[in-house]
Write a new protein. Structure first.
Length: 604
């Protein structure tokens, strides 16, 4: 669940539900999606959570894709672990684990925009923990937190049975003292951030420390301290200064990329998210990765992008050529030969026919011009910077566009000029494919706060995701209509002729109109894919090019679509309503996202 869907849903419904119910809803929904065929690919498509190899690290001989994991407080029963593995998290904690069932277990609650936990919090029985780690098919490191109440025998039981499945255990100092120094498992001592200075020595059996966020406790519940981050930051520095060779894992107190960066720079090896993951949203790990990567990569390497740019330029020029014909003769000589009538004859029979065909061809021309702008922008600002997501977006739309030529002949008419146009573009596309093969970089970002501008950006991203999805859906619908019934009811009303009468004018007239509709639909599908991918994967603070791409890239399609309808008098409100809706989403999206996309880093 990306931030652009999580935060609106959280505001509308999740924050009004019991914390346990909202957690179950989110986790079960994500697990269901991840479990169905293609579900994991859908999660990857929506988030594009590929982790850069630059963030990989080894901790105690264990490989981590990144330093960011998840605390067991948010998912003690591992109900969402199937999806968490696809959301950019590189490890997870399970627990607290105990052997016997406790008398009471109380779930967390929402209290004043904060999560509060019961002192008798949710825990996991050893037998259930074993079942979870064996059956969940977990592909990343797993740590087990053992409950503070376990006696010596239960500690040995838990460690012995779980050791084959987990990569380390979190225990309290009093528990570690009860174990032999050669226990044969990787142990981390649990300490609280507000008591880090009291640690005098590291037991020989301990590989490092797990520092829990400080808490504020009441009679029956507790929550993270209001100053948790500052206390955690100081605790990490204190432990690192006292025990420079010890590994440090933090749990909680982080709810923004800037805080994660500070904790990491202070000496933490791994960071587990807790309440901050709920407040900031599931996109927090990805945002942290991008911020950490920004520190590791000081400049963006450049690669060849010119063939990709020329491919987009070719589509742009093709759009202007199509626009010229749509504004002049409308149909060409070979169209007249196929239909068996000249455009003058068609005008005498029914002038609405040529006007109707012009409206489809004008819409196609505007869509092609918009597509050209989007392709060129992706080539220069994405492929040139070796961004993997830009390569995927570019080629997904281009391949779909090439396959769209099959729709043109679905009704028995092949436009040879259109075919020649694609044939001329094909070598450019092949060269574009070759030059972009090495574009495999992950995006990076300097933005690291959860401020109001960022939240506005989340809603702006939602609007443009909606725009891309609606364009894609509209293209599919128009293509389907083009290869099936060709006309909708408002088309027949505008033409003032039923289908059988149009058929009687010429058997070849409807195939030509169908070809125009399918061609327009195919072009709209490609534009929808481009807008959707740009919105899903490229939306970051300071990406000014993206705002200008939206602003100028969409104008030709919208102006052609609306302008041609008013020019020919085809202004039926119900017919134009989807277009009006798209324009409203587009304009609001530009206004809402402007501060975020135009924001620039503060120079020190």
């Amino acid at each position: 669940m990306p931030d652009w869907s999580y935060h609106p849903l959280k505001k509308i419904a999740l924050s009004k539900m019991e914390a346990k119910n909202s957690r179950q809803f989110i986790h079960h929904s994500m697990r269901t999606i991840a479990s169905i065929p293609g579900g994991k690919r859908l999660i990857e498509f929506l988030g594009h959570n590929r982790t850069s190899p630059l963030l990989q690290q080894q901790v105690n001989g264990i490989h981590f894709n990144s330093p960011i994991g998840l605390s067991s407080k948010l998912d003690p029963q591992l109900t969402g672990v199937t999806a968490f593995q696809e959301l950019g998290l590189s490890f997870i904690e399970i627990g607290p684990i105990l052997v016997k069932k406790p008398a009471r277990q109380l779930p967390p609650k929402w209290q004043e925009q904060q999560i509060s936990f019961s002192h008798t919090e949710e825990k996991v029985l050893l037998k259930n923990a074993l079942k979870l780690v064996i059956t969940k098919n977990i592909h990343f490191p797993l740590f087990a937190r053992l409950d503070e109440s376990l006696n010596r025998q239960d500690l040995y039981t838990c460690i012995t049975q779980l050791s084959p499945y987990v990569d380390g255990f979190f225990l309290y100092a009093s528990q570690i003292e009860q174990l032999d120094s050669d226990i044969g498992a990787t142990l981390y001592q649990i300490i609280s951030a507000d008591s880090a200075k009291t640690i005098e020595q590291v037991p020989r059996a301990v590989s490092g420390f797990i520092i829990d966020a400080p808490i504020t406790a009441s009679e029956d519940r507790y929550s993270e301290h209001s100053n948790a981050f500052s206390l955690m930051h100081q605790a990490v520095k204190d432990v690192k200064n006292s025990f420079p060779d010890s590994l440090i894992i933090t749990s909680g107190a982080v709810e923004s990329p800037s805080q994660a960066l500070s904790i990491k720079e202070s000496g933490a090896d791994l960071i587990m998210l807790s309440e901050g993951y709920v407040k900031a949203g599931p996109g927090l790990p990805k945002r942290i990765h991008e911020r950490l990567l920004y520190e590791k990569e000081t400049r963006s390497p450049s690669q060849n992008w010119h063939w990709s740019f020329l491919f987009g330029l070719g589509i742009l020029i093709g759009g202007f050529i199509a626009l010229y014909f749509a504004l002049t003769t409308v149909i060409l000589n070979y169209d007249e030969s196929f239909i068996g009538l000249t455009h003058q004859q068609l005008n005498l029979i029914n002038p609405q026919i040529l006007a109707f065909m012009a409206h489809d061809r004008m819409s196609l021309a505007g869509t092609m011009i918009s597509a050209g702008i989007l392709y060129m922008s992706l080539a220069y600002f994405g492929i040139r910077r070796q961004l993997h997501w830009a390569k995927v977006a570019f080629h997904s739309a281009a391949i779909t566009g090439f396959l769209g030529i099959l729709l043109f002949i679905g009704y028995g008419y092949f436009d040879w000029l259109h075919g020649l146009f694609w044939l001329l573009l094909l070598p450019l596309y092949v060269l574009s494919w070759q030059e972009s093969k090495t574009a495999n970089r992950s995006p990076r970002s300097w933005h690291d706060t959860n401020d109001r501008i960022w939240m506005r950006g989340v809603y702006g991203q939602l609007l443009f995701v909606m725009l891309g999805f609606l364009l894609l859906t509209g293209g599919i619908v128009i293509s389907f209509i083009g290869i099936t019934k060709v006309f909708v009811s408002t088309d027949i009303s505008f033409l003032c002729m039923p289908v059988d009468m149009l058929q009687s004018i010429s058997d070849m007239l409807i195939p030509v109109i169908a070809h125009d509709r399918a061609g327009f639909g195919s072009a709209l599908i490609s534009v929808g894919i481009l807008v959707l991918c740009l919105s899903l994967w490229g939306f970051r603070a300071g990406e000014r090019w993206l705002w200008f791409t939206y602003a100028f890239g969409a104008l030709p399609a919208f102006l052609a679509g609306i302008g041609t309808h008013f020019a020919i008098g085809y202004t039926t409100f119900i017919h134009l309503l989807p277009l009006y809706l798209l324009v409203v989403i587009y304009l609001i999206g530009l206004v809402v996202s402007y501060p975020y996309l135009m924001q620039q880093p503060v120079r020190n």
